[in-house]
Each structure stands twice: as structure tokens, then as C-alpha cells.
Design a protein around this ligand. Structure first.
Ligand SMILES: [Zn+2]
Length: 127
């Protein structure tokens, strides 16, 4: 089960991409694209993300996943085709000389943060 590792990586990537000084608690939505080739179970990833997001400093973050189909291109005849299982044969000419164009990797595609003006966490100054 590599979903826990992925959830940790997502939280870390989000933290790294926030502007300096921004409170991670302001993160409301994290958009991630999952390549089907990575065989990540979306429900498991969401569950684990929710389980560790508070420790990651982002209790308000919601994971928004989208899956991307695996698309390959045959280097022989340039046919492009989608696959459901990792069998890399071109259905057009039978060549095994194919290249994966899409469907691999986990990509952080967007972060939505709460409007600064709507902040209402009752933070009282204690100087
Ligand atoms: Zn082909």
C-alpha cells in the first residue's frame, strides 16, 4: 500500500508551494491528477489524506482527485490508443514499440485557499 506515502508527498508538495507566510490552515482544496498506471486506489488515498492532513497542518484541506486515462503512442505507426491494463502493444499494428504519453504520475494541479478577508479564527494579540 503506497497510498500513505503519496498522501504525505501531496501534503508536503502543497506546503512547499504555498507563498511564504501563508497559513497552511487556509488551504481548502487540493487538486490532484492521478495517472491510472500508478494503480492508486482513490478512496484509500482520500481516506489516508484525511487521516493525516491535520498533522500536516491543513485540517481544512479537501482532496479533489481526478483520474487520467493512460494514453500511449505507437512509435511504429504513430497510432495513439488508450489502455486499461499495462499491456503495451499497439492495437493497430501489433508493435511493442510504444511510448506512454499520459497516465503516469501524480500531479498537483491546483490549490484553493480561503479568502484572507473571511478569516474568523478569533486570533487575539498577546504582546
Ligand atoms: Zn502501431
Amino acid at each position: 500500500m503506497h497510498e500513505l506515502y503519496i498522501a504525505e508527498c501531496i501534503l508536503k508538495s502543497v506546503a512547499d508551494s504555498l507563498p511564504p507566510g501563508m497559513n497552511p490552515q487556509a488551504v481548502e482544496e487540493v487538486r490532484v491528477q492521478l495517472g491510472k498506471l500508478d494503480a492508486v486506489v482513490p478512496d484509500t488515498l482520500t481516506f489516508l489524506f484525511d487521516a493525516i492532513k491535520t498533522n500536516g497542518g491543513m485540517p481544512n484541506a479537501r482532496l479533489a482527485l481526478s483520474e487520467i486515462e493512460v494514453v500511449c503512442r505507437c512509435e511504429n505507426c504513430e497510432n495513439e490508443f488508450g489502455i486499461e491494463v499495462p499491456v503495451f502493444l499497439c492495437p493497430s499494428c501489433g508493435s511493442g514499440n510504444v511510448k506512454v504519453l499520459r497516465g503516469r504520475g501524480i500531479t498537483l494541479t491546483g490549490i484553493q485557499v480561503k479568502d484572507e478577508n473571511g478569516e474568523d479564527d478569533g486570533n487575539s494579540g498577546n504582546s
